[in-house]
Design a protein around this ligand. Structure first.
Ligand code: ADP
Ligand code: MG
Length: 359
């Protein structure tokens, strides 16, 4: 069942199009990730759903009802940001109980409120933290409190804008998994904005990719990852090279069209399927990152396992690893799947490959 419908939502600032005719549905109980580079209009789209932006065009519906003109506080949505915006001079439980007190009649006062706070602390993995001051907590713990507070009044939908972006990488990965579990366990309908691919894929049921104000692809994480809709989307997802024609078929014999490669898909290996010359090699914790000139393909980024000697000029074997290869042409929302490939090639460049790093 569709909960949220965004229909042709357009927002511009002084003539600059921040959100360009975005149409999108979110099902009840679904976690939808909005993934895009910085400045692509993700926050503006989220704020439009929340009721914080004036739309140039389009509508927002909730279970079919037009809420485009409904004020923010009457939409029943909760918002959570990168900076959890907690009250620093209050305790954890006071912060979490705050929306319950505002909600008043909805069981927010007295023992019911306290029970709800304990339940929320348990949910976010902070049982027993109620009396602490939020200033005594780590950044990750503070975001757990912010999440508990967002869920306290049982919002009809939760809107999250880069809630993990201020945290360091390892913590972010762990919290992304916890966040998904909490949203799924509570059946919360949520829209989750991030610029981080791994995070979007870890948290979301479906991912909507936004580039320059437009929605360019919507699908499950696996669909978007395995079948990026265009070269531009593939590059944003971290694929460094896009190949077409004979070069593509050297990597993936059955490829019907263009393919995209990430460094992890190009592996230096004894007895690999094609030969390559090492252009340069940079040590990494688990071996080396390499730039390779591969026979019949051209220069691509790759990886070499620890202990394999790879010096510039060496001739090595290369194996292609399916986990780092995508076929382009997943259902893109406009533009031709390989449009970006052609556009990124110089007119006089007839090489069979396109180098993402240089494009
Ligand atoms: P994202 O969240 O994907 O980084 P934003 O939605 O914040 O992107 O911004 C999209 C575009 O709109 C950017 O070019 C940004 O500079 C512009 N923008 C956002 N908010 C405002 C504003 N209040 N006034 C003027 N320009 C804005
Ligand atoms: Mg933003």
């Amino acid at each position: 069942m569709t909960a949220l419908s965004v229909e042709g939502v357009t927002v511009s600032f002084d003539g600059t199009m921040a959100v360009d005719a975005v149409t999108l549905d979110v099902a009840a109980g679904e976690v939808l990730g909005i993934l895009g580079p910085s400045g692509s209009g993700k926050s503006t789209l989220l704020r439009s759903v929340a009721g914080l932006e004036r739309l140039d065009a389009g509508r927002v519906r909730w279970h079919g009802d037009d809420i485009t003109a409904l004020p923010v506080h009457r939409r029943g949505f909760a918002l959570m940001f990168q900076d959890g915006q907690l009250f620093p001079h209050r305790t954890v439980e006071e912060n979490i109980a705050y929306p319950l007190r505002i909600a008043g009649g909805r069981g927010g006062s007295g023992r019911g409120g306290a029970g709800r706070v304990d339940e929320l602390l348990e949910l976010v993995g902070l049982a027993g933290f109620g009396r602490r001051r939020v200033t005594e907590l780590s950044g990750g713990e503070q975001q757990r409190v912010a999440l508990a507070r967002s869920l306290a009044a049982r919002p009809r939908m939760l809107l999250l804008d880069e809630p993990l972006s201020a945290l360091d990488r390892e913590l972010r990965e762990r919290l992304a998994g916890d966040l998904r579990r909490i949203l799924v366990d509570t059946g919360t309908t949520a829209v989750f904005v991030t610029h981080d691919q791994d995070e979007a894929f870890a948290v979301s049921d479906r991912v909507a990719v936004m580039i320059a104000g437009r929605l360019v692809q919507v699908g499950t994480p696996a669909e978007v990852w395995r079948r990026p809709g265009s070269a531009q989307i593939a590059r944003f997802l971290g694929y460094t090279t896009v190949l077409e024609g004979a070069a593509a078929r050297l990597v993936d014999a059955g490829a019907p069209g263009a393919i995209a490669l990430r460094a992890s898909g190009v592996v230096v290996a004894d007895g690999g399927q094609v030969a390559a010359r090492v252009v340069r090699s940079t040590p990494a914790v688990d071996g080396a990152r390499v730039r390779l000139a591969v026979d019949g393909i051209g220069e691509v980024d790759g990886v070499a396992g620890a202990g394999l000697p790879v010096a510039a000029g060496d001739v090595v074997g290369v194996r292609f690893d399916g986990a780092g290869i995508a076929r382009l042409g997943g259902s893109s929302l406009g533009g031709s799947p390989v449009g970006g490939v052609v556009a990124s090639r110089g007119a006089a460049d007839d090489s069979p490959f396109v180098d993402g790093a240089r494009a």
